[in-house]
Design a protein around this ligand. Structure first.
Ligand code: ADP
Ligand code: MG
Length: 261
């Protein structure tokens, strides 16, 4: 059965895209069939995997086909990456989607309806969300079995999570009762600094009782920062790095989580 994971946090720059790419490739390396969906008009996942920004067929077209109820080939937008993952790209043409969804019937369910056409082909579909809590993110949460929340252990980290969890709970109540939280993942962690440790502890204190927090954080690493411009994952860029090790651990934990379902 296919599991759909939305990688969400309305804060930008917390590691959503980096986590989508490296969790996705990490799962593919463990033998899983993986589809990555770029649901951010900034198109960072698309660019970060080395695809061009002016692609003609993107997630936007696929969602429009669903909205208009026309028959279409759902795999038309899919690209293959050489590291063994498929990708549905996006670019700035997706920008208007958040607004135009507002007037659509069943507007929360458009992405879900589209991904249902593809789910037989994959073990995991990972949705890289945009940094907002608008309609596209709600669409991602409605389509998802779980939400994974990357958090940078900064001073205000715990604050922003309240808003996100409110939207999560609202979506669960109204559109997707089965959804759960995969976990909070600390990214760009520098645990050798007291500051980072203190901020992680604050998140544990505020949410640790209700929400899974992954035991292993993703370290802040030069290698991880460099892959965005290289069109590859950390596994291809530097297999021996701490970053690769930490994303492999995450992939294994996500996989074992699915097995208990
Ligand atoms: N573990 C890390 N160590 C160092 N830099 C990182 C790490 N994870 C992400 N980055 C960098 O931080 C920036 C924001 O990451 P990104 O994944 O694009 O966040 P988001 O998708 O939440 O906006 C990018 O420049 C990325 O290369
Ligand atoms: Mg991003």
């Amino acid at each position: 059965m296919c599991r759909v994971i939305a990688i969400a946090n309305q804060k930008g720059g917390v590691g959503k895209t980096t986590t989508s790419i490296n969790l996705g490739v990490g799962l593919a390396r463990l033998g899983q069939r993986v589809l990555l969906v770029d649901a951010d008009p900034q198109g960072h996942l698309t660019l970060g995997l080395g695809f061009p920004k002016n692609l003609k067929v993107t997630l936007k077209n696929m969602m429009e086909n669903i909205i208009m109820g026309i028959e279409f080939e759902p795999r038309e937008a899919i690209l293959s990456h050489k590291e063994g993952v498929d990708v549905i790209p996006s670019n700035k043409l997706l920008t208007g989607m958040d607004m135009s969804l507002i007037t659509v019937d069943d507007r929360e369910c458009v992405l879900k309806e589209y991904l249902e056409l593809l789910q037989d082909d994959y073990d995991y579909i990972i949705i890289d969300c945009m940094p907002s809590l608008g309609m596209l993110t709600i669409n991602a949460m409605t389509a998802a079995n779980s939400v994974l929340i990357p958090v940078q252990p900064q001073f205000y980290a715990a604050d922003g999570l309240t808003e996100l969890l409110k939207v999560y709970k609202g979506t669960k109540q109204r559109f997707n009762p089965e959804i759960e939280i995969e976990g909070i993942l600390f990214t760009m962690d520098a645990s050798r600094y007291n500051n980072s440790r203190r901020n992680k502890k604050a998140v544990h204190t505020a949410y640790g009782n209700d929400v899974n927090i992954f035991a292993d954080a993703i370290p802040r690493s030069e290698a991880i920062a460099e892959i965005a411009s290289e069109g590859m994952s950390i596994f291809e860029y530097d297999r021996q790095s701490k970053g690769a090790e930490s994303y492999e651990k995450l992939a294994r934990e996500v996989l074992s989580h699915a097995k208990t379902k």
